[in-house]
Design a protein around this ligand. Structure first.
Ligand SMILES: [Zn+2]
Length: 156
């Protein structure tokens, strides 16, 4: 089997993709509020600061030139969590979210497996009556096929 991890990326790759996107979109390092979505504060509408606890997001009230008030705090333990949050609150496009990537990589995986004569249960090696167990990028598990009902390995 080849390339069952299509669409999964490392933290480093993910950060590189996000910063490339942000640069193209005009994001710049602002003041102490972190990154802002325009070169100057009066044009920016949102800022994102990363700290040890996760993310702080300021959104500027309409019609005001400067950010005021308190940020919204989003706890995040990992880069992937932080990126997922930014996608969920509409700051990053959905393509960056792991849910999107999981969907995309599952379909790539299924397309690969459907044309692969080696499809078999990951435990006992049965080649029929299989069901696909999707992997979860949050836990690092990959897709695999298992017996649909009771695996032969369990009934021996
Ligand atoms: Zn089995």
């Amino acid at each position: 089997m080849t390339s069952t991890t299509t669409g999964f990326t490392t933290d480093r790759q993910q950060l590189a993709e996000v910063s490339r996107w942000a640069r193209i979109q005009g994001w710049r390092v602002g003041g102490w509020r972190g990154y802002q979505n325009a070169p100057f504060e009066d044009q920016a509408t949102v800022t994102v600061r990363v700290n040890e606890a996760g993310l702080q997001v300021w959104r500027k009230p309409a019609g005001t030139p400067y950010f005021t008030g308190q940020p919204t705090e989003y706890p995040a333990a990992t880069v992937r969590e932080a990126v997922d949050i930014l996608a969920a609150v509409g700051i990053l496009p959905p393509v960056f979210s792991s849910a999107y990537r999981m969907g995309r990589s599952d379909s790539a995986f299924i397309a690969n497996v459907e044309t692969n004569p080696d499809r078999k249960c990951g435990i006992c090696g049965a080649t029929s009556g299989l069901t696909l167990i999707p992997g979860n990028p949050l836990t690092g598990t990959t897709n695999q096929w298992l017996c649909h009902d009771t695996c032969k390995a369990m009934t021996r």
